[in-house]
Design a protein around this ligand. Structure first.
Ligand code: NAD
Length: 484
């Protein structure tokens, strides 16, 4: 039986169990049982966290890069050592199958390590002089200042890890507000940073009412940077709050990823990869493939095979069964959203091939892995991010048509294509409108590469060198040397 930790906030180096606004329950979505309670921060507690971050910033920024690297790298090592236990807690909080939770946790350690190393690599540059040689032009990247970090529940280790490691490596202090549904995994991650030696105040952790906390933290004069991962609607709101005082903003928002499947694609490999990836984390993934655009000549076969594989997925409570392949949705609201989406189907809006119903008997927020055939271009399924275990599959006649459908939304996070044609691969890589395009596979997230979107999917990238630079600002120092 996995023990759920006591949830505490971290304010100015002190672990605080009691919230000024009381506490809120944390629910296991697989059985609807309360597993623990998280304190809700008051404005006074937020002010204390802000003051601590403000005070810690100049000291942490002045810590030699090699020392910041050593501390952050130690946090990655601690995370790796504790991965098994953290993954069990993650499953309890949000239902993710154990193998996925474990992979996310060790992957987060890799991310932290990569971003820690950037601290050693980013030394700035000398720029050749235009006019005369008695001038030096030095461009450096300086840490922006205290960063406010807001993360959701679908990747409760990976997303805080990217933001914390990017901010701390660059020399920023920070306040993290993780999702109210997954506080323990974020806390266990923060413990790794604290035990690794991140000084008091450089890292703070608060929970509570998301709207009140984000408004209060972003408005503070201490804050210089805001980074948010979540829905487009909330991202737009937080972007407006940040823009008011010209604070830098990174937004990793929703998506509705198209998958173009060409006639020449390796059929078995493609359909297996599509069905497995679609239902990862019950489809609650910002880069989840959701709009499958399939060449008409292979369409019927693709739908039948995709549906058969979908029906074989084992759904259940991953906190008691490691062989479960898909767990529950994060909360009751997600089940209601899927039911609402199903209500919009019928006629030209799409037909249910398999799934389509909630499965919350006797308890839990489960929804069947679902395949919808032939949804029209204007259906809700094809235009709104489902953020759940629902796949829409439509045929296309020529590749230009597929690209037109793929690019027809304001989202632009990930796009995928499967083809054996080199020409088609080049064409799709060049024309699909997205921050990340993967051809013949689905892996768009690695520590070394930038992760981010365009359009309504947000701006700014996390991980890769961009994940470090996003917490810095550019400074030019130009010096006239004395004549010899
Ligand atoms: P939600 O918008 O209520 O919550 C999503 C997350 O945003 C939560 O972690 C919440 O704490 C946070 N949030 C909400 N309002 C906030 C505010 N004013 N300030 C700061 N943080 C705030 O929706 P939900 O039903 O829990 O999730 C579904 C929606 O969220 C989907 O539409 C999906 O697009 C989006 N989402 C996106 C990602 C992503 O990785 N891009 C992750 C999780 C959720």
């Amino acid at each position: 039986m996995t023990a759920y930790p006591t949830i505490k906030m971290l304010i100015g180096g002190e672990w605080v169990e009691s919230g000024g606004e009381g506490s809120m329950p944390v629910i296991n979505p697989a059985n609807e049982q309360e597993v623990g309670r998280a304190p809700k921060a008051s404005k006074e507690q937020l002010d204390a966290a802000l003051a601590a971050a403000g005070e810690a910033f100049p000291k942490w920024a002045a810590t030699p890069a090699i020392e910041r690297f050593r501390i952050i790298q130690r946090a990655a090592m601690l995370l790796r050592e504790r991965a098994e236990g953290i993954a069990r807690v993650m499953t309890l909080e949000m239902g993710k199958p154990h193998a996925q939770a474990l992979g996310e946790t060790t992957g987060a350690a890799d991310l932290i390590e990569f971003l820690a190393e950037e601290a050693k690599r980013q030394g700035g540059r000398l720029v050749p002089v235009r006019s005369h040689s008695l001038l030096e032009q030095r461009v450096t990247q300086e840490p922006i200042g205290p960063a406010m970090l807001f993360t959701p529940w679908n990747f409760p280790i990976n997303l805080p890890a990217k933001k914390l490691a990017g901010a701390l490596s660059a020399g920023c202090s920070c306040v993290l507000k993780p999702a109210e549904t997954t506080p323990a995994t974020a806390q266990m991650l923060v413990e790794c940073f604290v035990e690794a030696g991140v000084p008091a105040g450089a890292i703070n952790l608060v929970y509570g009412d998301p709207a009140m906390i984000s408004e209060h933290l972003i408005a503070s004069p201490v804050t210089r940077k805001v980074s948010f991962t979540g829905s487009t609607a909330v991202g737009r709101h937080l972007g407006q709050l940040a823009a008011r005082d010209l604070k830098r903003f990174t937004a990793e928002l929703g998506g509705h990823a198209p998958v173009v499947i060409g006639e020449s694609a390796d059929f078995e490999r493609t359909v297996a990869a599509c069905a497995a990836t679609k239902f990862r984390n019950a489809g609650q993934v910002c880069v989840s493939p959701t709009r499958f655009l399939v060449a008409r000549s292979i369409y019927d076969r693709f739908v039948a095979e995709f549906a058969a594989r979908t029906q074989a997925i084992k759904v259940g409570d991953a906190s008691v069964d490691d062989s479960v392949e898909m767990g529950p949705l994060a909360h009751a609201g997600r089940v209601a959203a899927m039911q609402d989406l199903m209500g919009s189907l019928g006629g030209k809006k799409g037909e249910v091939v398999t799934g389509g119903r909630a499965m919350n008997a006797p308890k839990g927020f489960f929804f069947e892995p679902t395949v919808i055939a032939n949804p029209s271009a204007d259906s809700r399924l094809m235009t709104e991010e489902p953020f759940g275990p629902v796949a829409g599959i439509v045929p296309y006649d020529d590749i230009e048509d597929a690209v037109r459908i793929a690019n027809s939304l304001r989202y632009g996070l990930a796009a995928y294509a499967f083809t054996s044609s080199l020409d088609e691969s080049h064409y799709l890589g060049n024309t699909l409108k997205a921050g990340m395009v993967a051809i013949n596979h689905f892996a768009v997230g690695s520590p070394e590469t930038p992760f981010g979107g365009t359009g309504d999917s947000g701006f700014g990238s996390e991980s890769g060198v961009e994940g470090y630079l996003g917490y810095t600002e550019t400074k030019l120092v130009t010096v006239a040397k004395a004549a010899p």
